[in-house]
Design a protein around this ligand. Sequence first.
Ligand code: SF4
Length: 488
Amino acid sequence: MAINLSNSNLGTRENRIGSITGYIGSLKDLAEKSECGTLKGCSRCFSQSSSCLSSCALNQLAGIRDVAIIHHGPVGCSVAGASAYYMSKVMSKKRGVTSNTVYVGTDMNENDTIFGSTQALRDIIIEVNKRYSPKAIFVSSSCATGIIGEDIDSIVDDVRDEVGVPIVAVHCEGFKSRIWATGFDISDHAVLQEIVQPPREGIKSNKINFKNFFESARPEIIEIFKNFDLEPVFLYCNSTIEELSHLSESLATTCICGTLGNYLGNGLEEKYGVPYVRSINQCGIVGFETWLREIGKVTGRSEKIEKYIEEQRAIYLPQIEEIKKELKGLTAVLGMGPGYTFEVSRVLNELGITVKWALAWHYDKKYENGDVPPSMKYLLENDIDFEASVADQQNYEVMNILNRYKPDMYLSRHPGSTVWAIKNGTPAIYVADEYMIFGYKHTLEFAKTILDAVKNRSFEENLAKRSHLPYTDWWYQQDVDKFLEEAK
Ligand code: SF4
């Protein structure tokens, strides 16, 4: 689908790429229906937990150094400022840099929702610019401004010359999408629209754009890429506006998770011809090698990459093979965002662990370029199948599934989900860090973590004995497949 940067408002994932939040069946069925275009999402009559897309979008933007986020909405919406503070202050401190990013809520009140508050917004933008001298300003909408039709774009256009720094409207009305990951696309759209500039003449770059969340493996990846004469530019956590303005000059774009990086990667490719590395992600051995080889192909560094792979294989493969003997035959259920669910399923398969059920918090049946996500394609092509469902973090369904399959472990990237599994007596592995299964070294560590979790189950057993869960036997006997059918 063509990316339209002339409009600040971006279609939702549901509308643009047919993403869904409701499905129960098998992985094969999900992928086949995605490929032939017959996949239809189901809705539930009850949503236990989800989150507003503005948190995703504005957290991403707040990771950029020295910018201002102006969240135009009621004070409740600005609760996203708490995690934005984390992205800006804590992450910059961790890296040893300074960020003067500010997050300002406009505190819309009842009068504003009746009479509008464009004048107040205008005044706030001018004041924020004067007080904090940001390098760029992102002006976000909210449900309230969307409902009353507040014309944020006109205000932004109106003050553009006066503020003298890049300024862009970010359309974050939470009601427009049930998929919080739409927020990732919204932040990318804003960056592509206003911050990224056309490549400068005569610049020869060896940079590779690397979209990730918290850049925890930054030093390690910089060292790895030195072997290939490549310099990664990590986005957006701790990025500067200057760095972002030159993304169009890089040799390629890659990301840690397709759900996170797909829009930016495709946008840079479509607008500036920067190749987007389309492969399964770096989790596990197969993933890491496939990803590296694709980078080699795109940047003309295949020889150097093959040499690196050979050296690393000799160090790590014997150790991983040894642990695999102990993991063989274990079973798992997992619940994560769709990017990780199907990547981690592949790694578990690689380690000899059987996936009983995989839940994805949403599912993108096609990416921006019209292809089925590579992680799904890989599982299909390698004849890997298991029961799968799409549910926007419905933990009550997770509990039902855990009770039915009694797996050896539950894996999730969301702590609120792992807590329930542990109270249920299931060993849970919180795959918090995005680089927890990255490459040879971390795949080995991941395998050891699994072994630790399943070998010593006393914590889960003791906690389960002392926990009174709200779920009744009646609920555990329900068939979640039927539950969704009824809610269709
Ligand atoms: S934008 Fe809408 S969904 Fe998001 S926090 Fe505000 S009111 Fe809630």
